[in-house]
Design a protein. Structure first.
Lengths: 101, 640, 191
């Protein structure tokens, strides 16, 4: 049974859907970060798979940059999260409603 | 020569702008002097141009710049000084120079002194554009410009209800006529592809008769409005609400003759359609009689002169309609001089009588106002057409033309009108200057106008007296571009009989007027005498009930209709739909405000929804692009 | 055959791990399953021949990022559950599935038909790491450097944000001191 590009894309899509579910469902900010990681990784799989099946390294390059961005995001995001937790003593999304118009 | 052309054209504009700078400031004499000086400059430049045209017989044609150039439509700001337009320029600049100087004295005590000169000079500029333009579009600009300035000047004393009403009436009446004019211009462009006079006239020769008739009629509708011909005549008498110098300049000498100028300018068109010409002549004759009859009884000296203007315009149209374009233009010129003089004289009387206009309250003013009396009397003689003053030469030729063309009905009516003209002119002269000094009963203290005002009027007086002498020169000048027909009655006996007969008739009318109105028992009419209760008098004093007719059968139904449209269509359809759109947006905002709950989780959900929508759009467009050929087939099959 | 078995195995494992991550109430479970999922993803990279990427995935994600999360969690009271209000899960699943489906459609659609030529073809017989190195340091040098700077900036930001008042230790402070500090902070927040 040959594993083709479509298999990887479908897998990537499934993971992406799981990530979206996490993003929409979780109220814990930390979990939200985890869900974002899942989203990014699902995309990375697509990149690597496309790179492989088309014999083109560009996809891998993009995956690298995505990883770099994910790392920075985690660093800054966690910092903000800690600041928030320090001042409000919670990391509940429902409590963050200062953006109410 | 081009320099003189530009100087003549633009110095009134400069004067107007200069005066306009001071409109918010209290009166300064300088705003009167500078525009007047600039007008004299304009007059001198026009004279140079006249000399040039007279000596070389060539016209000066310049193109200032391109105005509109799109597709096949090319309209430049072009100006032409030929025999016709130079005549008009001379008339306009002479009369307006005189009126400007006169107005310095007349408007002496008016708060709007500076504003007055701004408007007046702007009017002269517009009028010069009108007469000098070398195409119909430029003529139309001037046409509208004089209309606007006329509106501003009739309503100069806008705090008076009647003045602003009269201004609006004049403007709206002209607007109605301008629609006809515009349609005429559109037809010219539609059929000839150009608006330049030369090109259009050339192309008219190849057009069929019905098209030309349409063009001629629609252009003439515009002329009817501006020259206050029946049935659009009511505004002219009401326009007398404006200051008297305005009446003299705009509503006697220049603007109202623009209609005649249009017909004369388009002579090549009207020569091709003699039927329309006959209609114009008949209408002119009718108006001449009609207006003169209203002037017989009116008790407002300015209105009498206004009706007389109307009547004289009728004469001009009669001449133009009969193909005697040069006669019309000549009468226009002569009329401008003596009518402006008459108006300015009336202005002096008004000034002396504290704006009282009823001649029955005057009488015997000749003793205190000798200068004005002489001027007005001479102007009236000229108007009546007595030898050897200007009116004789111009008016007599119109009669001769009518006779020579064998339009005897027109001839007879015009002859009768000449008698009426003489009668009503001398009726007011007699009432104002002769007879018992009735003004003393009303406590007026009349005084003669300023010396310089009389001096300013003197050029007009001289021209009114001697203009007839230019007839031969004028004829030889304009025959270059107007059909040169000398009207000769073939039999000498008939000619002399006609001339002398006319003169005798006119003199009799004058004598009758003097006899009737110089008598000592003229009393202020109080509505009790038999004459005043007669049907004829009522008909005439009420202007044949035409204003009532307009008010009751045109204005009121229109107002009612407007009200219905306002209530039923504007409020219920237009307003409702606009409000509806606003309401939809407002409600949408109100209901979707919940989306902005500030809850990050909700926002994320909406964000995902947005992503899904965008992705679906991407898919749809991608598919559409891929299968565009197929889609096109399907759509074309559906008839899209 | 081996490839297929490996693919399905790891696919199953990854999906399960990530599913646990998004559904579990325990933060620690979520973290652990996420880390496991990351490692399983690296397996795909190895299958696909992107050895270097796989290694980076393990090092950066399972090593750095997960460690960062683990440290971060020390600041929070992870034992206390954040109350998860269950929304309409049908909408959530529907939207996610639809989005995923559309993404697949978009990616698959042009690739089935269009003929794409490779800009940087994989050269036979040369190691993946070497190829990646060549491309990264020639064509993508500037983005690479920019990414490096970005990481530096992120690091500084993380330290600055998280590092405030690191010198204070709640465990060593008396209750009164803590109360004072809280009040002061509240004032600051309120003002």
């Amino acid at each position: 049974m040959e594993i083709g590009l479509n298999h990887y894309l479908v897998l990537s899509a499934i993971l992406f859907a799981i990530g979206l579910i996490g993003v929409m469902r979780r109220k814990n900010l930390l979990m939200l970060f985890f869900a974002t990681e899942i989203l990014l990784n699902s995309v990375n799989i697509s990149f690597a798979a496309i790179s492989h099946y088309y014999g083109d390294l560009t996809g891998q390059m993009f995956a690298f940059f995505v990883i770099a961005i994910a790392a920075s995001e985690v660093a800054v995001g966690l910092g903000l999260l800690i600041v928030w937790h320090k001042s409000h003593n919670n990391i509940d999304l429902e409590q963050m409603s200062t953006m109410r118009g | 020569m081009e320099l003189f052309l530009y100087v003549a054209l633009f110095s009134p504009l400069v004067g107007s702008l200069f005066a306009a700078l001071f409109t918010a400031k209290p009166k300064t004499i300088i705003t009167g002097i500078i525009p007047s000086t600039l007008l004299v400059v304009s007059f001198l430049s026009s004279s140079v141009l006249l000399g040039h045209v007279l000596s070389t017989g060539e016209s000066v044609h310049v193109e200032l710049m391109t105005w509109i150039s799109t597709g096949h439509l090319h309209i430049p700001f072009g100006f032409v000084v030929d025999q016709v337009s130079v005549t008009m320029m001379m008339v306009v600049t002479i009369v307006s120079s005189v009126v400007h100087v006169y107005a310095i004295g007349y408007m002496d005590h008016d708060k709007g002194f500076n504003r007055f000169f701004a408007w007046l000079s702007a009017f002269v500029f517009s009028m010069l554009i009108l007469v000098m333009s070398d195409n119909y579009a430029g003529l139309f600009i001037g046409w509208e410009g004089v209309g606007l300035c006329s509106w501003g000047l009739i309503g100069f004393w806008f705090h008076k209800e009647s003045a602003s009403w009269a201004a609006n009436e004049a403007f709206i009446m002209n607007r109605i006529a301008d629609l006809g004019m515009l349609i005429g211009i559109f037809l010219v462009y539609w059929n000839t592809g150009t608006l330049q006079y030369d090109g259009a006239f050339e192309a008219f020769k190849t057009l069929d008769n019905s098209t030309l008739t349409m063009i001629g009629i629609f252009l003439f509708i515009g002329a009817m409005g501006k020259s206050a011909q029946f049935p659009l005549h009511t505004w002219l008498a009401d326009a007398m609400e404006g200051p008297t110098p305005v009446s003299a300049l705009i509503h006697a000498a220049t603007m109202v003759t623009a209609g005649v100028y249009l017909v004369v300018r388009s002579n090549e068109l009207y020569s091709l359609i003699p039927d329309v010409g006959l209609f114009i002549a008949s209408l002119g004759t009718f108006v001449a009689m009609f207006a003169a009859s209203m002037a017989l009884v009116n008790r407002d000296i300015k209105r009498v002169i206004a009706y007389s203007t109307l009547s004289q315009l009728g004469y001009m149209f009669a001449a133009a309609g009969l193909g005697a374009y040069w006669v019309a233009l000549f009468h226009l010129m002569a009329h401008a001089f003596f009518k402006a003089l008459l108006f300015l004289g009336a202005g002096n009387v008004m000034h002396a009588m504290d704006s009282e206009l009823d001649p029955f309250k005057m009488g015997g003013l000749g003793k205190v106002m000798k200068g004005s009396m002489i001027m007005m009397t001479l102007a009236s003689v000229a108007l009546a057409g007595l030898f050897p003053l200007a009116g004789f030469f111009s008016k007599d030729v119109i009669l001769e033309a009518a006779f020579a063309e064998h339009h005897f009905i027109i001839y007879t009516v015009l002859l009768l009108t000449a008698g009426l003209t003489a009668f009503y002119s001398f009726r007011i002269i007699a009432l104002i200057f002769h007879g018992e000094e009735r003004y003393k009963l009303f406590g007026f203290h009349p005084h003669e106008a300023y010396k310089f005002m009389l001096v300013a009027m003197s050029p007009l007086l001289i021209l009114a007296v001697i203009a007839g002498a230019f007839r031969t020169t004028f004829f030889s000048m304009v025959e270059e571009i107007l059909s040169a027909t000398e009207y000769h009655i073939h039999s000498h006996v008939t000619f002399w009989m006609m001339t002398i007969g006319t003169q005798l008739f006119v003199i009799l009318a004058i004598a009758y007027a003097y006899k009737k109105y110089m008598s000592r028992d003229i009393k202020l009419p109080d509505g009790t005498s038999d004459m005043e209760n007669s049907f004829k008098y009522k008909l005439l004093i009420n202007q044949y009930y035409i204003p009532y007719f307009y008010e009751n059968y045109l204005v009121k139904p229109y107002r009612g209709l407007s009200k219905v449209f306002w209530k039923e269509i504007d409020q219920k359809v237009v307003d409702a739909s606009v409000d509806g759109i606003a309401k939809v947006i407002y409600t949408t905002g109100d209901t979707t405000r919940a989306m902005q709950s500030g809850n990050l989780s909700t926002m994320l959900k909406w964000m995902v929804t947005g992503i899904v929508v965008l992705l679906s759009l991407a898919v749809v467009f991608g598919l559409a692009a891929r299968h565009s050929d197929g889609l096109r087939v399907v759509l074309s099959g559906l008839g899209v | 055959m081996f490839e297929a078995i490996a693919f399905y195995l790891f696919a199953f494992l990854t999906i399960v791990m990530f599913f646990i991550t998004v559904t579990t109430a325990q933060a620690l479970y979520a973290l652990t399953s996420l880390a496991a999922g990351m490692i399983f993803i690296s397996a795909f990279f190895f299958i696909l021949g992107a050895d270097f990427l796989g290694a980076v995935q393990i090092v950066v994600y399972s090593g750095a990022v997960m460690a960062l999360y683990a440290f971060g969690m020390m600041f929070f009271d992870t034992t206390r559950d954040v109350k998860e209000k269950k929304g309409n899960s049908l909408i959530i699943f529907g939207l996610s599935t639809l989005a995923a489906f559309l993404v697949v459609v978009i990616f698959v659609a042009p690739m089935v038909t269009d003929n794409i030529t490779a800009f940087y073809p994989i050269i036979e017989g040369v190691g993946n790491t070497q190829e990646v190195g060549v491309v990264l340091f020639t064509k993508y040098l500037i983005p690479f450097e920019v990414a490096a700077v970005m990481l530096l900036v992120a690091m500084v930001a993380g330290i600055v944000l998280a590092g405030k008042k690191m010198d204070l230790s709640l465990t060593e402070m008396s209750d009164a001191e803590i109360r004072d500090m809280r009040e002061e902070k509240n004032k600051k927040v309120l003002s």
